[in-house]
Design a protein around this ligand. Structure first.
Ligand SMILES: Cc1ncc(COP(=O)(O)O)c(C=O)c1O
Length: 340
Protein backbone atom coordinates (compact mmCIF):
# COMPACT_ATOMS: atom_id res chain seq x y z
CA UNK A 1 0.00 0.00 0.00
CA UNK A 2 1.26 3.47 -0.89
CA UNK A 3 0.69 5.16 2.43
CA UNK A 4 -0.18 8.84 2.07
CA UNK A 5 -2.21 8.97 5.28
CA UNK A 6 0.48 10.82 7.19
CA UNK A 7 4.18 11.62 7.32
CA UNK A 8 4.27 9.75 10.65
CA UNK A 9 4.07 6.32 8.98
CA UNK A 10 7.71 6.03 7.90
CA UNK A 11 9.83 3.16 9.21
CA UNK A 12 13.55 3.41 10.03
CA UNK A 13 15.92 2.91 7.12
CA UNK A 14 18.86 0.47 7.33
CA UNK A 15 21.18 3.40 8.04
CA UNK A 16 18.95 4.59 10.86
CA UNK A 17 18.68 1.11 12.40
CA UNK A 18 22.46 0.88 12.23
CA UNK A 19 23.07 4.05 14.28
CA UNK A 20 20.32 3.06 16.73
CA UNK A 21 21.93 -0.32 17.22
CA UNK A 22 25.32 1.20 17.93
CA UNK A 23 24.10 4.12 20.09
CA UNK A 24 25.82 4.59 23.45
CA UNK A 25 23.17 4.68 26.18
CA UNK A 26 22.80 5.65 29.84
CA UNK A 27 20.05 6.52 32.32
CA UNK A 28 18.61 9.84 31.15
CA UNK A 29 16.64 10.45 34.34
CA UNK A 30 20.09 10.61 35.96
CA UNK A 31 21.20 12.82 33.04
CA UNK A 32 23.56 10.09 31.89
CA UNK A 33 22.48 9.28 28.35
CA UNK A 34 25.28 10.70 26.18
CA UNK A 35 23.31 10.51 22.92
CA UNK A 36 20.31 12.37 24.31
CA UNK A 37 22.47 15.06 25.85
CA UNK A 38 24.29 15.50 22.53
CA UNK A 39 21.01 15.64 20.61
CA UNK A 40 19.56 18.28 22.95
CA UNK A 41 22.65 20.41 22.45
CA UNK A 42 22.74 19.86 18.69
CA UNK A 43 19.10 20.85 18.11
CA UNK A 44 19.28 23.81 20.50
CA UNK A 45 22.31 25.02 18.51
CA UNK A 46 20.51 24.54 15.19
CA UNK A 47 17.79 26.91 16.41
CA UNK A 48 20.19 29.19 18.27
CA UNK A 49 18.34 28.50 21.52
CA UNK A 50 19.85 27.82 24.94
CA UNK A 51 18.55 24.39 25.72
CA UNK A 52 16.25 21.53 24.76
CA UNK A 53 14.51 18.58 26.37
CA UNK A 54 13.75 15.39 24.47
CA UNK A 55 10.13 14.23 24.82
CA UNK A 56 8.24 11.21 23.49
CA UNK A 57 5.77 13.17 21.38
CA UNK A 58 4.87 16.50 19.82
CA UNK A 59 1.86 16.60 22.11
CA UNK A 60 4.09 16.49 25.18
CA UNK A 61 6.38 19.13 23.67
CA UNK A 62 3.45 21.49 23.14
CA UNK A 63 1.89 20.83 26.51
CA UNK A 64 5.16 21.38 28.36
CA UNK A 65 5.61 24.57 26.33
CA UNK A 66 2.25 25.88 27.53
CA UNK A 67 2.82 24.64 31.09
CA UNK A 68 6.10 26.51 31.57
CA UNK A 69 4.59 29.84 30.49
CA UNK A 70 1.27 29.77 32.33
CA UNK A 71 -0.61 29.71 35.63
CA UNK A 72 -4.10 28.21 35.95
CA UNK A 73 -6.80 30.56 34.58
CA UNK A 74 -4.44 32.04 31.98
CA UNK A 75 -5.41 32.15 28.32
CA UNK A 76 -3.60 31.17 25.12
CA UNK A 77 -4.31 32.78 21.75
CA UNK A 78 -4.33 30.15 19.02
CA UNK A 79 -5.71 29.41 15.56
CA UNK A 80 -8.97 27.42 15.55
CA UNK A 81 -7.33 24.76 13.38
CA UNK A 82 -4.34 24.22 15.65
CA UNK A 83 -3.30 20.75 16.73
CA UNK A 84 -3.12 21.99 20.34
CA UNK A 85 -6.77 23.03 20.12
CA UNK A 86 -8.16 20.09 18.14
CA UNK A 87 -6.05 17.04 18.66
CA UNK A 88 -4.44 17.06 22.09
CA UNK A 89 -7.49 15.88 24.04
CA UNK A 90 -8.03 19.21 25.83
CA UNK A 91 -4.73 18.49 27.60
CA UNK A 92 -4.03 22.17 28.28
CA UNK A 93 -7.14 22.35 30.50
CA UNK A 94 -6.21 19.13 32.25
CA UNK A 95 -2.48 19.72 32.69
CA UNK A 96 -2.20 23.50 32.99
CA UNK A 97 -5.74 24.59 33.94
CA UNK A 98 -5.69 27.14 31.13
CA UNK A 99 -8.14 28.26 28.47
CA UNK A 100 -7.54 28.36 24.73
CA UNK A 101 -8.84 31.30 22.69
CA UNK A 102 -9.28 30.02 19.14
CA UNK A 103 -9.22 32.63 16.36
CA UNK A 104 -10.25 32.11 12.75
CA UNK A 105 -7.06 32.38 10.75
CA UNK A 106 -6.59 31.82 7.03
CA UNK A 107 -5.76 28.15 6.50
CA UNK A 108 -4.21 27.94 9.94
CA UNK A 109 -2.28 31.21 9.73
CA UNK A 110 -3.09 34.10 12.10
CA UNK A 111 -2.44 37.74 11.28
CA UNK A 112 -0.67 40.09 13.67
CA UNK A 113 -3.75 42.36 13.76
CA UNK A 114 -5.95 39.45 14.85
CA UNK A 115 -3.54 38.50 17.59
CA UNK A 116 -3.24 42.07 18.80
CA UNK A 117 -6.97 42.60 19.08
CA UNK A 118 -7.45 39.28 20.92
CA UNK A 119 -5.10 40.21 23.78
CA UNK A 120 -7.33 40.93 26.78
CA UNK A 121 -7.24 43.69 29.31
CA UNK A 122 -6.05 42.63 32.75
CA UNK A 123 -9.33 43.22 34.62
CA UNK A 124 -10.25 40.86 37.43
CA UNK A 125 -12.95 39.34 35.27
CA UNK A 126 -10.77 38.79 32.21
CA UNK A 127 -8.95 35.58 31.49
CA UNK A 128 -5.33 36.74 31.46
CA UNK A 129 -3.74 36.34 28.06
CA UNK A 130 -0.31 34.79 28.60
CA UNK A 131 0.77 33.01 25.43
CA UNK A 132 0.39 33.21 21.67
CA UNK A 133 0.79 29.74 20.15
CA UNK A 134 1.50 29.46 16.41
CA UNK A 135 1.67 26.28 14.33
CA UNK A 136 4.16 26.21 11.44
CA UNK A 137 3.45 24.48 9.16
CA UNK A 138 -0.25 24.28 9.88
CA UNK A 139 -1.41 20.69 9.54
CA UNK A 140 -5.15 21.33 9.22
CA UNK A 141 -4.41 24.42 7.16
CA UNK A 142 -2.89 22.10 4.53
CA UNK A 143 0.83 22.43 5.30
CA UNK A 144 0.73 26.22 5.12
CA UNK A 145 3.72 28.31 6.23
CA UNK A 146 3.82 31.51 8.26
CA UNK A 147 5.40 34.37 6.32
CA UNK A 148 8.46 35.37 8.37
CA UNK A 149 7.25 38.98 8.51
CA UNK A 150 4.03 37.83 10.21
CA UNK A 151 6.01 35.90 12.82
CA UNK A 152 8.13 39.03 13.42
CA UNK A 153 5.03 41.22 13.75
CA UNK A 154 3.44 38.77 16.19
CA UNK A 155 6.71 38.60 18.12
CA UNK A 156 6.64 42.43 18.45
CA UNK A 157 3.11 42.24 19.85
CA UNK A 158 4.07 39.57 22.37
CA UNK A 159 7.00 41.66 23.58
CA UNK A 160 4.94 44.85 23.78
CA UNK A 161 2.14 43.13 25.67
CA UNK A 162 4.20 40.91 27.95
CA UNK A 163 3.25 37.57 26.39
CA UNK A 164 5.20 34.44 25.58
CA UNK A 165 5.41 33.12 22.02
CA UNK A 166 5.20 29.33 21.63
CA UNK A 167 5.65 27.64 18.27
CA UNK A 168 4.25 24.21 17.49
CA UNK A 169 7.00 23.38 15.03
CA UNK A 170 6.11 19.73 14.48
CA UNK A 171 6.81 20.46 10.80
CA UNK A 172 9.01 23.55 11.17
CA UNK A 173 11.56 21.61 9.10
CA UNK A 174 9.20 21.68 6.12
CA UNK A 175 8.45 25.38 6.64
CA UNK A 176 12.15 26.26 6.83
CA UNK A 177 12.89 24.43 3.58
CA UNK A 178 9.82 25.77 1.74
CA UNK A 179 10.36 29.40 2.73
CA UNK A 180 14.17 29.28 2.81
CA UNK A 181 14.36 30.52 6.39
CA UNK A 182 17.23 29.58 8.73
CA UNK A 183 15.97 27.72 11.81
CA UNK A 184 17.82 30.29 13.95
CA UNK A 185 15.40 32.97 12.78
CA UNK A 186 12.56 31.10 14.48
CA UNK A 187 14.73 30.51 17.53
CA UNK A 188 15.40 34.24 17.84
CA UNK A 189 11.70 35.09 17.97
CA UNK A 190 10.07 32.27 19.94
CA UNK A 191 10.26 31.66 23.67
CA UNK A 192 9.60 27.96 23.19
CA UNK A 193 9.50 25.74 20.11
CA UNK A 194 8.28 22.16 19.99
CA UNK A 195 9.84 20.24 17.09
CA UNK A 196 9.14 16.67 15.93
CA UNK A 197 11.61 14.15 14.57
CA UNK A 198 8.85 11.64 13.87
CA UNK A 199 6.98 13.48 11.09
CA UNK A 200 8.65 14.18 7.71
CA UNK A 201 12.14 13.67 9.15
CA UNK A 202 11.31 9.98 9.57
CA UNK A 203 12.51 9.07 13.07
CA UNK A 204 10.35 6.42 14.76
CA UNK A 205 9.82 8.38 18.01
CA UNK A 206 10.63 11.72 19.50
CA UNK A 207 10.18 15.45 19.74
CA UNK A 208 11.97 18.21 21.59
CA UNK A 209 10.96 21.37 23.43
CA UNK A 210 13.46 24.20 22.98
CA UNK A 211 13.78 27.36 25.04
CA UNK A 212 15.88 29.19 27.60
CA UNK A 213 17.89 27.23 30.17
CA UNK A 214 15.43 28.27 32.87
CA UNK A 215 12.29 27.29 30.94
CA UNK A 216 13.73 23.94 29.90
CA UNK A 217 14.75 23.17 33.50
CA UNK A 218 11.11 23.70 34.43
CA UNK A 219 9.91 21.61 31.46
CA UNK A 220 12.27 18.78 32.44
CA UNK A 221 10.65 18.60 35.87
CA UNK A 222 7.11 18.54 34.42
CA UNK A 223 8.19 15.94 31.84
CA UNK A 224 9.15 13.68 34.73
CA UNK A 225 5.89 14.40 36.57
CA UNK A 226 3.93 13.45 33.45
CA UNK A 227 5.83 10.19 33.19
CA UNK A 228 8.01 11.26 30.29
CA UNK A 229 11.39 10.73 31.97
CA UNK A 230 13.28 8.17 29.91
CA UNK A 231 16.07 5.80 30.78
CA UNK A 232 18.37 4.34 28.09
CA UNK A 233 16.79 6.35 25.28
CA UNK A 234 20.03 6.96 23.39
CA UNK A 235 18.87 4.80 20.50
CA UNK A 236 15.98 7.21 19.97
CA UNK A 237 18.38 10.14 20.07
CA UNK A 238 20.54 8.38 17.48
CA UNK A 239 17.54 7.94 15.19
CA UNK A 240 16.49 11.58 15.62
CA UNK A 241 20.00 12.86 14.98
CA UNK A 242 20.30 10.66 11.89
CA UNK A 243 16.92 11.92 10.66
CA UNK A 244 18.03 15.56 10.93
CA UNK A 245 21.36 14.85 9.21
CA UNK A 246 19.97 12.72 6.38
CA UNK A 247 16.37 13.73 5.76
CA UNK A 248 15.98 17.44 6.56
CA UNK A 249 17.57 18.79 3.40
CA UNK A 250 15.58 16.32 1.28
CA UNK A 251 12.14 17.58 2.34
CA UNK A 252 11.89 19.63 -0.84
CA UNK A 253 11.43 16.31 -2.68
CA UNK A 254 8.26 15.67 -0.67
CA UNK A 255 7.03 19.17 -1.48
CA UNK A 256 7.66 18.64 -5.20
CA UNK A 257 5.70 15.37 -5.13
CA UNK A 258 2.84 16.99 -3.22
CA UNK A 259 2.60 19.71 -5.90
CA UNK A 260 2.53 17.07 -8.67
CA UNK A 261 -0.29 15.16 -6.99
CA UNK A 262 -2.15 18.44 -6.46
CA UNK A 263 -1.96 19.17 -10.20
CA UNK A 264 -3.39 15.72 -11.04
CA UNK A 265 -6.17 16.17 -8.48
CA UNK A 266 -7.00 19.66 -9.72
CA UNK A 267 -7.27 18.39 -13.31
CA UNK A 268 -10.18 16.13 -12.30
CA UNK A 269 -13.74 17.51 -12.36
CA UNK A 270 -14.46 15.25 -9.34
CA UNK A 271 -12.17 17.17 -7.03
CA UNK A 272 -11.69 20.79 -6.11
CA UNK A 273 -8.41 22.32 -5.08
CA UNK A 274 -5.96 25.04 -6.00
CA UNK A 275 -2.49 23.54 -6.54
CA UNK A 276 -0.97 26.94 -5.78
CA UNK A 277 -2.08 26.41 -2.17
CA UNK A 278 0.28 23.46 -1.73
CA UNK A 279 3.28 24.92 0.08
CA UNK A 280 4.84 21.82 1.65
CA UNK A 281 4.11 18.07 1.91
CA UNK A 282 0.36 18.14 2.59
CA UNK A 283 -2.38 18.12 -0.07
CA UNK A 284 -5.98 18.83 0.95
CA UNK A 285 -8.70 18.46 -1.67
CA UNK A 286 -12.49 18.55 -1.71
CA UNK A 287 -14.54 15.77 -3.25
CA UNK A 288 -17.29 17.33 -5.38
CA UNK A 289 -18.47 14.17 -7.20
CA UNK A 290 -19.33 11.07 -5.25
CA UNK A 291 -18.28 11.19 -1.63
CA UNK A 292 -15.17 11.16 0.53
CA UNK A 293 -15.83 7.50 1.36
CA UNK A 294 -16.23 6.55 -2.27
CA UNK A 295 -13.08 8.40 -3.31
CA UNK A 296 -11.06 6.89 -0.45
CA UNK A 297 -12.24 3.42 -1.49
CA UNK A 298 -11.27 4.16 -5.06
CA UNK A 299 -7.77 5.22 -4.05
CA UNK A 300 -7.52 2.18 -1.80
CA UNK A 301 -8.50 -0.13 -4.66
CA UNK A 302 -5.60 1.37 -6.62
CA UNK A 303 -3.20 0.71 -3.74
CA UNK A 304 -3.16 4.25 -2.30
CA UNK A 305 -4.18 5.12 1.28
CA UNK A 306 -5.29 8.64 2.23
CA UNK A 307 -7.42 9.93 5.12
CA UNK A 308 -10.67 11.87 5.43
CA UNK A 309 -10.19 15.41 6.70
CA UNK A 310 -13.62 16.76 7.53
CA UNK A 311 -16.93 16.09 5.77
CA UNK A 312 -15.91 16.70 2.17
CA UNK A 313 -12.11 16.77 2.23
CA UNK A 314 -9.28 14.25 1.85
CA UNK A 315 -5.68 14.67 3.02
CA UNK A 316 -2.64 13.18 1.31
CA UNK A 317 0.74 13.67 2.97
CA UNK A 318 4.15 13.01 1.43
CA UNK A 319 7.27 11.62 3.09
CA UNK A 320 10.60 10.28 1.93
CA UNK A 321 9.34 6.69 1.64
CA UNK A 322 7.02 7.66 -1.22
CA UNK A 323 8.84 7.11 -4.51
CA UNK A 324 8.26 8.74 -7.89
CA UNK A 325 6.57 5.59 -9.10
CA UNK A 326 4.27 5.67 -6.03
CA UNK A 327 3.48 9.26 -6.97
CA UNK A 328 2.61 8.17 -10.53
CA UNK A 329 0.22 5.54 -9.15
CA UNK A 330 -1.48 8.11 -6.91
CA UNK A 331 -1.75 10.61 -9.78
CA UNK A 332 -3.30 8.01 -12.12
CA UNK A 333 -5.77 7.02 -9.40
CA UNK A 334 -6.81 10.68 -8.97
CA UNK A 335 -7.15 11.19 -12.72
CA UNK A 336 -9.21 8.03 -13.27
CA UNK A 337 -11.71 8.54 -10.42
CA UNK A 338 -15.20 9.24 -11.77
CA UNK A 339 -17.50 9.53 -8.73
CA UNK A 340 -21.18 8.75 -8.86
C1 LIG B 1 1.05 20.24 13.97
C2 LIG B 1 1.19 19.11 14.93
N1 LIG B 1 1.57 19.36 16.18
C3 LIG B 1 1.72 18.38 17.08
C4 LIG B 1 1.48 17.07 16.75
C5 LIG B 1 1.59 16.01 17.81
O1 LIG B 1 2.59 15.12 17.59
P1 LIG B 1 2.52 13.66 18.31
O2 LIG B 1 1.60 12.84 17.48
O3 LIG B 1 3.94 13.22 18.26
O4 LIG B 1 2.02 13.86 19.68
C6 LIG B 1 1.06 16.76 15.45
C7 LIG B 1 0.78 15.37 15.08
O5 LIG B 1 0.45 15.04 13.97
C8 LIG B 1 0.90 17.81 14.52
O6 LIG B 1 0.47 17.58 13.27
Amino acid sequence: MIDLRSDTVTVPTDGMWDVMHKAPVGDDVFGEDPGLRALEEKIANLFGMENGVFVPSGTMGNQLGLKVHTQPADEVIIDENAHIYHSEGAASGLISGIQLRPLQGVRGILSAEQVNSAVREQNDWDPHTRVVALENTSNKGGGTCYPMQTVKDIYDITKKRGLALHLDGARIWNAAIATDVDLKEYGALCDTISVCFSKGLGAPVGSMLLGSRQLIKKARRFRKILGGGMRQAGMLAAAASYAVDHHFEKLEEDHRKARKLAEAVASSPCFEMDPAQVETNIVLFRVVRGSVDEALHWFHSKGVAMIPFGDDTIRATFHFQISDSDLDTAMSAAESYRGT
